[in-house]
Design a protein around this ligand. Structure first.
Ligand code: UT7
Length: 322
């Protein structure tokens, strides 16, 4: 039987730091409100790098960390809702920029849960025996689609990329990955598309922005997040006491605190970096996992769980031994 494991991780954030004080200058908000309601102190926003540029840098770091020959990568999946273009996909752009072979490369759209979806797909494709080493990336530039006059959303979202190389393993290290969607809740968090074009009229130029019913998404997140962790523990017959860390999607520190209370899990074992990055959508989970590993918060042999939730509405999680 083919099993899978993490071979390496990497991440990248754009250089420009935008603080809560900077946000105070453009919208009616305050550092105190943002910190107390979300846990965010600052975030990174791109100036001139696109989603494929962030993805490329994170991918290069993951390849170096995995210490593999990049020619051995036979699958690239990028989770993003903010690709450089509608097509080609970011996965194909970075396949070229990385100089990879002619391999399978595509994007997935599951918003903030996107990286877990990409991990689920890559894990199953490797377990099938058809692929050996996958590069998976979560990358988003939500600042491209943020309405900077809407204080309900503009203080939350930011830009980043995180990457992971996974491959075949003799023992089962990626123990379980699950993903779900509930399309009937799509109105809670969405972005308008461009209108259908009537060829006989010049279409009105519209700029689509992210729209969110924050408190509805909050309730959804605080329900599915602990639920998926319990499911992963049941499916893998793991005790919650065996988890070194829960490294979840960084949407709001209050969501993470509430999940810890529901699970009766120590808050200090819930990984937090939202203070420095804000909500980076599909990048959030791989960025947090990479940081947890590089900082020594996660060590070889540790078992950790991850979970994410977002537009779709979607959610998912994974239970992994490093
Ligand atoms: O990553 C995808 C998943 N996303 C999430 O999981 C996000 C989930 N939702 C949340 O994290 C929270 O709902 C928010 C952080 C978005 C909002 O926090 P909240 O405590 O739910 O606030 P609220 O939307 O209920 O608004 C409370 C008040 C309102 O004022 P009134 O109507 O009570 O006078 C808002 O207008 O806070 C006001 N408000 C703000 N005030 C200052 C909303 N945004 C701001 C702001 N600065 N930036």
């Amino acid at each position: 039987m083919i099993h899978t494991k993490i071979l390496g991780t990497g991440s990248y954030v754009p250089k420009r730091v935008v603080t809560n004080k900077d946000m105070e200058k453009i919208v009616e908000t305050s550092d105190a409100w943002i910190q107390s309601r979300t846990g965010i102190k600052s975030r990174h926003m791109t100036v001139d790098e696109n989603t494929s540029d962030l993805s490329l840098k994170a991918a290069e770091r993951a390849i170096k960390d995995a210490n593999i020959d990049r020619k051995d990568i036979d699958l690239v999946i990028v989770a993003t809702i903010t690709g450089d273009y509608p097509f080609p996909a970011v996965a194909q752009l970075i396949q070229r920029k990385l100089g990879l072979n002619e391999i399978t490369a595509f994007d997935v759209n599951a918003a903030c849960s996107g990286f877990i979806y990409a991990l689920n797909i890559a894990d199953k494709m490797i377990r099938s025996g058809a692929y050996k080493k996958a590069l998976i990336v979560g990358a988003d530039i939500l600042s491209k689609y943020t309405d900077f006059t809407d204080r309900n959303t503009c203080v939350l979202f930011a830009d980043a990329a995180g990457a992971m190389i996974i491959g075949e393993s003799d023992t089962e290290k990626i123990k379980k990955v699950v993903t779900y969607a509930k399309g009937d809740l799509e109105g809670f968090l969405s972005m308008d598309g461009y209108p259908l074009k009537d060829n006989f009229k010049t279409p009105e130029q519209v700029r689509p922005f992210v729209k969110m019913q924050g408190s509805d998404v909050f309730k959804f997140a605080t329900t599915v997040f602990p639920k998926v962790i319990k499911e992963l523990l049941d499916l893998t017959q793991t005790s919650i006491d065996d988890l070194s860390l829960i490294v979840a999607h960084q949407a709001n520190s209050r969501i993470i605190d509430k999940a810890a209370r529901t699970l009766a899990f120590p808050t200090e074992k819930m990984y937090l970096n939202i203070d420095r990055y804000g909500n980076t959508s599909a990048a959030s989970v791989p960025l947090a996992i990479d940081e947890a590993i590089k900082s020594g918060a996660l060590k070889k042999g540790d078992i950790f769980a991850t979970a994410a939730f977002g537009a779709g509405l979607t959610w998912g999680g994974a239970l992994i031994e490093l």
